[in-house]
Design a protein around this ligand. Structure first.
Ligand code: PEP
Ligand code: MG
Length: 597
């Protein structure tokens, strides 16, 4: 759990003291740059004059956006109550202040009056009012008041986002070299980060295994989440160090701290150069067993990194990126073009396309109406359930995959499967889509792509024998498997300390599913985050897994670990670990074996 009581106070006359915020180590690496508070003055603002008879409707539209923002802040406030006492108090104080700014404040009154007297739309009126109030605060050259100017921007921008109805455009334009700071960064937000402009990310909320965290690792952006009272000490332009390996954010570092971290960056770069030399070497254990290392892909921009890392294919293409940050759905041609270019880019290596797994924290605005209140539920209408309900959506995606499969090897992977009948129904759909395309003479993958099942729901793991008869391959998703087995929200920083894939229940499910696949002689891979963590490599190989799919950035480190491993010893240690029931004992046995303890 993030604990932010740890603060340095090295006052230098005339400067702000160095402050340390502790959070969750989410994506390794060190970023140094100026803070860019995500909400401040970044949205494109529409501007137009209103006919007099439209003014009441415009006031109503503004009131609705304010009410929605109040509800959002109320929800954040509830979430913040679970933080440690001091942090809860501080974050609560800020959110209360935000709430207050939305009730009859100068900001709200000012906007209402501009709409009325200047006859301009609500967005333009709000933007002008934010500018005027924050300029007034900034002119007072006082750090406390400057922070209030940022608060006005934050609140104002939330209302703007709700007015514009586009919640995800908050990160453009970002000054080059910035560190993005926010109360919360959603996966859709993270998908918009350009690693050439952004140095790193830090947020007050968020767990270490949520999709934002995965996206950060995929982009190679040093990131700390769950640094609870971060926003109380950081404003636009604050110099920041984000140490994504230790989960630490340092604001206004002293020259000594800066020098120390610059040396650490050089050190990390040296290590990365050494690892890069492994690119062309095989991932073979000391006793000569070949391990297949593939890449997980969240965004097409990762292709270069995937190729540079020497991945032997894409073991998991998360197709959600095609559906996020837009209001419409991608049509068949758009999906086909994207997939075809990825397949072409992989030059004959297989691409495993996972069908849409929207739901939970991954929201597609275009599907909210269809999904209703299930949209944000991790137990709701998501993954394969959604695809089987919205057949048109599923079949469009399948048509695109099958057509793209004419250009190179693809596999189809079904997410969130909980029963064999879902696999059967999905297969029937795939077969009938293929039949229709063939009859129309459209070139498609021939033979049809293998259809695999994600093993990420405990029920699917426990029914692995039956699943293995219905599926062509398994891909074990330890991220969700851990979440559902232990009933711990992977994106919630308040329960992050309980989230542990080494829990004996999770390990047994992985073992059970792997053995079922081996008995049925179907390929089984691990594509959860543990695949990319060298701490788990010996254990996974020891359990019988020979295919690993991970963020491209992790491939060199895992390959290095594989090349020093003796499989017989790893198998023996894995068996020993699986006999344990105590989590501490399991961790010790693993770390001893890894030579870390
Ligand atoms: C998993 O759950 O382990 C997985 C790989 O899928 P995602 O992280 O996309 O939910
Ligand atoms: Mg999953």
């Amino acid at each position: 759990m993030a604990d932010d009581q740890n603060r340095h106070d090295e006052e230098t006359p005339g400067t702000r003291p160095e402050t340390v915020f502790d959070g969750l180590a989410v994506a390794p690496g060190i970023a140094i740059g100026e803070a860019h508070l995500r909400d401040c003055r970044t949205l494109p603002i529409p501007e137009y004059r209103l006919a007099t008879n439209r003014i009441p409707a415009e006031q109503q539209r503004f009131a609705a956006a304010v009410a929605k923002t109040r509800r959002q802040i109320g929800a954040l406030r509830t979430k913040a109550r679970g933080l440690p006492d001091a942090a809860a108090e501080e974050v609560g104080y800020i959110l209360d202040a935000y709430h207050h700014m939305l009730s009859g404040s100068r900001l709200i009154r000012g906007v209402e009056s501009r709409i009325e007297t200047m006859r301009i739309n609500a967005e333009a009126a709000l933007e002008a009012e934010i500018q005027e109030i924050s300029a007034g605060f900034m002119a007072m050259k006082d750090s406390y008041l400057a922070q209030r100017a940022d608060d006005i921007c934050s609140v104002g921008n939330r209302v703007l986002q709700n007015l514009i109805g586009e919640p995800t455009r908050g990160f453009t334009p970002v000054p080059k070299g910035s560190v993005i700071v926010s109360d919360q960064i959603t996966p859709a937000d993270a998908a918009q980060m350009d690693p050439r402009r952004v140095e790193g990310m830090a947020a007050a909320l968020g767990g270490a295994e949520g999709h934002t965290a995965i996206m950060a690792r995929a982009l190679g952006l040093p990131t700390v989440l769950g640094a609870s009272n971060l926003l109380s000490g950081v404003r636009n332009g604050t110099m920041l160090i984000v140490d994504g390996g230790s989960g630490r954010v340092i604001a206004d570092p002293t020259p000594e701290t800066l020098a120390l971290y610059r040396r650490r960056i050089e050190d990390l770069q040296r290590k990365q150069r050494a690892l890069a030399r492994l690119r062309k070497r095989p991932a073979t254990t000391t006793d000569g067993t070949d391990i297949l290392l593939q890449a997980n892909m969240e965004l097409p921009v990762e292709l270069t990194q995937v190729l540079q890392a020497g991945a032997m294919g894409i073991g998991l293409l998360r197709t959600e990126f095609m559906f996020m940050n837009r209001e419409d759905l991608p049509d068949e041609e758009e999906q086909y073009d994207l997939l075809t270019s990825l397949i072409g880019g992989m030059g004959g290596q297989p691409v495993t396309v996972r069908t849409l797994d929207i739901g939970g924290e991954k929201i597609a605005v275009s599907l909210v109406d269809e999904v209703g209140s299930s949209a944000a539920s991790v137990l709701g209408l998501r993954g394969i359930r959604l695809s089987l309900k919205l057949r048109g959506l599923f079949e469009t995606q399948i048509r695109a995959i099958l057509r793209a499969g004419a250009h190179g090897p693809v596999r189809i992977l079904l997410p969130m499967v909980s029963s064999v009948s879902e696999v059967r129904r999905a297969r029937e759909s795939i077969k009938s889509v293929a039949g229709r395309l063939r009859r129309r003479g459209v070139p498609i993958a021939d033979p049809l792509p293998p259809v695999g099942v994600m093993i990420e729901v405990p029920g699917a793991a426990l029914a692995a024998d039956a699943m293995a008869l219905a599926a062509d391959f398994f891909s074990i998703g330890s991220n969700d498997l851990t979440m559902y087995t232990l009933a711990i929200d992977r994106a919630d920083e308040r329960v992050a300390y309980l989230y542990d894939p080494l829990h004996p229940a999770v390990l047994r499910l992985i073992q059970f599913a792997t053995q079922a696949a081996l008995r049925a002689r179907i390929p089984v891979s691990m594509c959860g985050e543990v695949a990319g963590d060298p701490r788990f490599t010996a254990l996974l190989l020891g359990l019988g897994i020979r295919d690993l799919s991970m963020s491209a950035h992790s491939i060199p480190r895992v390959k290095q670990r594989i090349r020093e491993l003796d499989l017989a010893a790893a198998t023996q240690r894995a068996n020993q670990i699986l006999e344990q029931t105590d989590l501490g004992r399991i961790a010790t046995l693993l770390d001893d074996f890894n030579g870390l303890a």
